[in-house]
Design a protein around this ligand. Structure first.
Ligand SMILES: Cc1cc2nc3c(=O)[nH]c(=O)nc-3n(C[C@H](O)[C@H](O)[C@H](O)COP(=O)(O)OP(=O)(O)OC[C@H]3O[C@@H](n4cnc5c(N)ncnc54)[C@H](O)[C@@H]3O)c2cc1C
Length: 268
């Protein structure tokens, strides 16, 4: 069996779908999958590779049993809330940062999206073959550190290590959510020269960084939720303002154009 060279020679050489490099249908699980993310993410540890094991099971389900990748369908109007929930609660994309991503397939005709969790980032060019789903419009949620946060000679305690404001969220150093929007499927060549843990910067990509938070709480209405909503509004070209009956009535009252019957409003 072919081995890696250099520092990762203790690991077998494996493909991005965790299959042996030189034997088809022979797969690896456990710490051996750290062959792919050595010193980049948490695949060498139980708290990391357990999510790869789950992804591997999902790969098998479609490859050998025609069961598509688990997903849910969402209205565009629910997407902001669902993303905020995932960003604050998701485990697999947090532990296997830069390796597993959430994939949102955007359906512009029906104003719906399909949400797939914890998908291996390097398999994005094979999305349809691996999951059974495809779309020309992809939104990817990746958890990533700042590009030059750590490394030889870096001062991880530098005074400016924490990004100060929403305007400079793209300079966040600590692990933070980043959304990438693509208007065409990703190709294998798009990943050429892309640093592990990051996604390709194609000519059409649009990127949104949600500012880092050292407590990993991304729930602030102005710092986290509103900028996310504005990003989604820009890529979807729609107003995603949430309208309840009360907020609608309040707005109409402010405009002095209230047409809702008083009995109806009083019953709320
Ligand atoms: C000191 C230490 C502390 C750690 N702390 C943590 C922690 O806090 N949190 C965490 O998530 N991870 C931790 N880890 C890492 C974690 O323990 C390993 O990643 C995990 O145990 C690997 O599990 P595995 O089943 O993939 O491999 P292993 O547990 O290594 O199992 C491989 C098995 O294969 C057997 N084997 C090997 N070669 C052959 C062969 N040719 N034929 C048959 N059998 C063979 C071995 O005997 C072994 O039983 C720690 C590791 C160490 C060493």
């Amino acid at each position: 069996m072919e081995k890696n060279l250099g520092r990762i020679k203790k690991y077998p050489k494996i493909r991005y779908d965790y299959q042996s490099f030189d034997y088809d249908h022979l797969y690896f699980a456990g710490t051996l999958i750290h062959s792919i993310d050595f010193r980049k993410s948490s695949g060498g540890f139980i708290h990391g590779f357990r999510y790869i094991t789950r992804a591997l099971h999902r790969i098998f389900e479609y490859c050998y049993h025609q069961q598509k990748w688990p997903s849910i369908s969402l209205s565009w109007f629910s997407l902001t809330n669902y993303l905020i929930k995932r960003i604050n609660e998701a485990d697999g994309i947090y532990q296997m940062f830069g390796q597993l991503v959430d994939v949102i397939l955007i359906d512009r005709i029906n104003r719906q999206c399909r949400y797939l969790e914890e998908y291996p980032v390097r398999l994005l060019p094979r999305l349809e073959e691996i999951t059974g789903y495809t779309s020309d419009n992809l939104l990817i949620l990746n958890m990533q550190y700042g590009m030059n946060y750590s490394g030889a000679g870096r001062d991880v305690f530098a005074f400016d290590r924490i990004s100060a404001s929403v305007d400079t969220a793209d300079r966040s150093n600590f692990l933070h959510p980043v959304l990438y929007y693509y208007d065409s499927p990703l190709q294998e060549k798009d990943f050429d020269n892309v640093k592990s843990g990051f996604l390709p910067l194609t000519s059409s990509v649009r990127i949104h960084h949600i500012i880092e938070n050292v407590l990993t709480l991304w729930m602030h209405p102005d710092e986290h939720i509103l900028p996310l909503r504005i990003f989604l509004e820009n890529i979807l070209n729609i107003n995603l303002e949430q309208r309840t009956v009360i907020s609608y009535a309040r707005k109409r009252m402010l405009q002095k154009k209230l047409t809702i019957p008083v009995q109806f409003y009083a019953a709320i």
